[in-house]
Design a binder for this molecule. Structure first.
Ligand SMILES: NC(=O)C1=CN([C@@H]2O[C@H](COP(=O)(O)OP(=O)(O)OC[C@H]3O[C@@H](n4cnc5c(N)ncnc54)[C@H](O)[C@@H]3O)[C@@H](O)[C@H]2O)C=CC1
Ligand SMILES: CC(=O)C(=O)O
Ligand SMILES: [Mg+2]
Length: 571
């Protein structure tokens, strides 16, 4: 239901309405509705409130003893009754986010072929590309779709290539758009682009439900993706196209190809960059310094690492007024082959060129046996103030590394962002202990608070793009933006930083709690829509007050409307 709760005329009856999660109310259908919709004999006598249904569903959920079983239960609930699913999640947001998102969703995706029950969205398979247009229209014709989340599943969370299971990240990210920003579930479409998989364990699994073929690369891949993007542009020209968990060789490249033509967004690159900028803005507020004052090490120069470097660099340029080349100089990127410096030659992806260090700067610095400059050596030489991990290398920020960093900076800013939790570069409790409670910390997945020497709890902020992308996307949809510009993203990041608890109390978390994510994302959406309007790339022309009012009106809320039967009504 949107916030103005008018009576809805519905054309479905009997099992058809009970089996449609969008319309189904289960035991909450009123007596009058039961009569009109042919449900009297299809339901037990008692009429329940949504409160009672939430209580029952929550009790059932608690009886599932592992996170993955809870995830399966919620998946079924979502397929039965959207309002109940989202209402239950809203009531227990902090507790249930890790079940429907990182870390548990990673396990659900890895086991997709074994947990499969029913269709969750649009499956576009390379082998079926001749019927792509028909398959696309089958699910989109006549629907008012504002948002598509698509993945080719090459780099799912931190667990790599998951083939067709990647539909799970598209559905999880779509669900968060609904939960945290109020995009109606019927207005978004999760898509998996199944171009094969190089994951041997999937290929050899007799129950694997995807296309059993090695990953398609090169021109054939590009043409397949292009066919899909052109269908979106042709049939859904106003729809925001969100790219999730593409591999590092495609993420930034596809963004560059399409971002001037359509409103597209790569969450791993841009969303992660923006939420990390907000976390660092908050941290430099605590240390009473500026973005430009920092020396940054980014460990893991993939999609997230590159997005973070770009976003922080652009933050320094735009917020602190430093020239781009000078800002670039404050970054040290490390990947599988150690520090990214000139002599790595072809091992350096072209998109990293801005951040390649000069060899001469590193003469005389010890290397490992392979001639690489390790994280510890970079920390020794650079004396970083900010250390960010997005490498999937669990435990990479060793005690030596963290203690070395803390020798040279009073409040080290350490953000181990890899997901799921088991891949974190350092357990924040350890980073806290090794720095005597001085580190300013945020992680990609949820972690319990750390104890600082005073005995107080230090809340570990969750620096996850989900704290921001739902608002960013909703803002773009609200403004009917033709493109998603860098300035819109920066506006969202700045608004998020302005809501940081550490701004009021430097001992508090660097970012708002996920329990507040709906109101936080609402504010981000407003900032993004206002920026789109100011830039002239919106298709609405509202003043600030109207933006807020229209955002409220457009938001879908998980509450039941009143239905009357009408054979010409909605389906
Ligand atoms: N907190 C958040 O919001 C987000 C977190 N992430 C997490 O960041 C991690 C990376 O994700 P993506 O950038 O999408 O993957 P990616 O595959 O594009 O990048 C990973 C990079 O780390 C490098 N790497 C791997 N092992 C390494 C090692 N031992 N030392 C140094 N570098 C190494 C790889 O060569 C690659 O360039 C994942 O765990 C992912 O879940 C990603 C997006 C958002
Ligand atoms: C959070 C996210 O987008 C990732 O880990 O890939
Ligand atoms: Mg991702």
């Amino acid at each position: 239901m949107t916030s103005d709760m008018a009576t809805v005329r519905v054309a479905l009856r009997g099992n058809a309405i009970l089996n449609d999660p969008h319309w189904n109310k289960g035991t909450a259908f009123t007596e009058e509705e039961r009569k009109q919709f042919g449900l009297v004999g299809r339901l037990p006598y008692q009429v329940n409130t949504l409160d009672e249904q939430c209580q029952r569903a929550y009790d059932q959920l608690l009886s599932r003893d592992t996170p993955i079983r809870k995830n399966s239960f919620l998946q079924s609930l979502k397929e039965q009754n959207s309002v109940l699913f989202y209402q239950l999640l809203l009531r227990h947001l902090r507790e249930l986010m890790p079940i429907i998102y990182t870390p548990t969703e990673a396990d659900a995706i890895a086991n997709y072929s074994h947990l499969f029950r029913r269709s969750e969205g649009l499956y576009l398979t390379f082998d079926n590309q001749n019927s792509m247009e028909e398959d696309f229209l089958e699910q989109t014709r006549g629907r008012d779709i504002d948002l598509i989340v698509c993945s080719d599943a090459e780099a799912i969370l931190g667990i790599g290539d998951q083939g067709v299971g990647g539909i799970g990240i598209s559905t999880a990210k779509s669900a968060l758009y609904t939960l945290l920003a109020g995009i109606a579930p019927t207005k978004s479409l999760p898509v998996v682009l199944d171009v094969g998989t190089n994951n041997e364990s999937l290929i050899s699994d007799p129950l694997y439900v995807g296309w059993r073929h090695e990953r398609v690369r090169g021109d054939a891949y590009d043409q397949f993706i292009d066919k899909f993007v052109q269908l979106v542009r042709k049939y859904l020209p106003h729809c925001l196209l969100h790219f999730e968990d593409f591999g590092v060789t495609n993420a930034q490249r596809l963004l560059e190809i399409y971002r001037d033509k359509h409103a597209i967004f790569n969450d791993d690159v841009q969303g992660t960059g923006a939420v990390t900028l907000a976390a660092v803005m908050s941290a430099v507020g605590v240390t009473r310094s500026t973005l430009a004052d920092q020396r940054y090490i980014i460990y893991g120069a993939g999609s997230a690492g590159l997005g973070i470097a770009h976003q922080l660099r652009d933050g320094i340029v735009q917020i602190d007024g430093i020239p781009t080349n000078k800002a670039n100089d404050q970054f040290y990127l490390i990947d599988k082959h150690g520090l990214i410096k000139q002599s790595l030659g072809d091992l350096i992806r072209p998109s990293l060129q801005d951040f390649v260090r000069l060899d001469e700067e590193w003469e005389g610095v010890p290397t490992n046996q392979k001639g690489e400059i390790t994280l510890l050596e970079v920390v020794r030489k650079v004396k970083p103030t900010v250390l960010i991990g997005c490498s999937t290398h669990a435990g990479a920020f060793t005690e030596d590394v963290v203690r070395e960093m803390a020798k040279h900076v009073d409040r080290p800013i350490i953000l181990p962002l890899s997901n799921p939790s088991r891949l974190v570069e350092v357990d924040p409790a350890n980073a806290n202990d090794w720095t005597n409670g001085k580190a300013l910390l945020a992680t990609g997945s949820p972690f319990p608070p750390a104890k600082v020497p005073s005995g107080k709890d230090y809340i570990i902020a969750e620096c996850n793009n989900a704290l921001l992308y739902p608002g960013l996307g909703f803002g773009a949809v609200l403004a009917k933006a033709r493109l998603l510009s860098d300035s819109m993203i920066l506006a969202g990041a700045k608004r998020l930083a302005s809501l940081s608890p550490a701004l009021k109390d430097p001992d508090d978390a660097l970012l708002p709690d996920f329990a507040d994510a709906p109101s936080v994302n609402f504010e981000i959406a407003i900032a993004v829509a206002e920026q789109a309007i100011a830039e002239g790339i919106a298709n609405v022309n509202w003043g600030d007050q109207e933006v807020r009012e229209n955002a409220k009106k457009m938001q879908w809320l998980p509450v039941y409307g009143k239905y009357v039967y009408d054979e010409d009504g909605e389906k």
